[in-house]
Design a binder for this molecule. Structure first.
Ligand SMILES: NC(=O)c1ccc[n+]([C@@H]2O[C@H](COP(=O)([O-])OP(=O)(O)OC[C@H]3O[C@@H](n4cnc5c(N)ncnc54)[C@H](O)[C@@H]3O)[C@@H](O)[C@H]2O)c1
Length: 315
């Protein structure tokens, strides 16, 4: 296995999420080569052509439909292949189908490339991150999932709307499972250092409990609502993928709530779920065990045990 090309990325799975992510990656200007792989070769070729036609308005790069042999020197491999939720399905309902897809994909990746960073996006992302880690032989820091990066973006967006403030000035995390048992960490949420409830009052909102419940539920139900209306979600996740890749390639050491294997994080070990982590050129450099209220900690343990049960079932 040769040296990696830090300007090369691969996207496995070119459905809604893979194609939107590839488009966002092209626009980012972070890479000079992108390989698209899908079991439907026509789909990968069509996306490669379509996205390439935007290059005269972006920055030069090679974008092509390829095979696993083409990714041996890719620095980052994004895995989006897998069935999506149908209306009414939860993410955990996808487990059997997508674990079996991973059993075919992951060994083909690690056969040609053992040194990349693997970013898992397909759902259920926490279970598939664990699966990819087990099947790939990659070290824990180099295989992680997008986790609750998207849910956290949804939380910041909704809080930004609620408070009429730039969502980038909102500091708050969703942690735990990327799914129904996820937790909004209100105890440390703030807007530019001002505790969230105080900022709400500054903006004329006083019904904190009610607003927190409504916003957390809206975040949790975002995917269901979008899937009911348009069949799939992909732009928000595409921007999340782009942001995570940027943190890796630019060695930013940005703190992002990605999903990685945990070690005694609030008492949780041996499964993958999301907690804020420092992300840079080595992947996950450290997790940041933010403080939680007693209630949040209890909910986190429940979220962990939901995931542990699925893992016990599958492995
Ligand atoms: N992590 C997140 O926040 C997030 C957000 C949205 C969607 N997702 C997940 O991303 C996944 C993809 O969603 P989508 O809407 O793009 O689905 P999609 O059905 O549009 O695309 C899936 C693609 O994977 C390909 N594929 C299937 N098996 C393959 C294999 N063995 N090798 C290569 N390619 C294969 C299919 O041909 C298809 O093009 C789903 O699991 C979905 O739940 C995750």
């Amino acid at each position: 296995m040769g040296t990696l090309n830090n300007r090369k990325v691969a996207v496995i799975g070119c459905g809604f999420v893979g194609a939107a992510s590839a488009f966002a990656i092209m626009e980012s200007g972070l890479f000079s080569e992108m390989v698209l792989i899908d079991m439907n070769k026509d789909k990968a070729e069509g996306e490669a052509l379509d996205i390439s036609h935007g290059l005269p308005f972006s920055k030069p790069m090679q974008i092509y439909a390829g095979d696993y042999k083409d990714i041996s020197d890719a620095a980052v491999i994004v895995v989006t292949a897998g069935a999506g939720q149908k209306p009414g399905e939860t993410r955990l309902d996808l487990v059997k189908k997508n674990v079996s897809i991973f059993k075919s994909i992951i060994p083909q990746i690690s056969e040609v490339n053992k040194d990349a960073i693997m970013l898992i996006v397909a759902n259920p992302v926490d279970i598939l991150t664990y699966t990819a880690w087990k099947l790939s032989g990659y070290p824990e820091n180099r295989v992680f999932g997008s986790g609750t990066t998207l849910d956290t973006a949804r939380l910041k967006y909704l809080l930004g709307q609620h408070l009429d403030v730039d969502s980038r000035s909102v500091h708050a995390f969703i942690v735990g499972e990327h799914g129904d048992s996820e937790i909004a960490v209100w105890s440390s949420a703030n807007v530019s250092g001002i505790p969230i409830n105080r900022f709400c009052e500054m903006r004329g909102h006083f019904h904190h409990e009610e607003a927190m419940q409504r916003i957390a539920e809206d975040v949790k139900n975002s995917a269901y609502e979008i899937i009911n209306k348009k069949g799939a979600t992909y732009y928000g996740i595409a921007m999340s993928v782009r942001r995570i890749l940027e943190a890796i390639i630019r060695d930013e050491k940005t703190i992002l709530p990605i999903s990685s294997i945990q070690h005694d994080n609030h008492g949780v070990s041996g499964i993958a779920f999301s907690m804020p982590a420092i992300v840079g050129k080595n992947g996950v450099e450290a997790t940041v065990p933010i403080s939680l209220s007693t209630e949040e900690e209890k909910a986190l343990k429940e979220s962990a045990s939901t995931l542990q049960k699925v893992i016990d079932d599958v492995f």
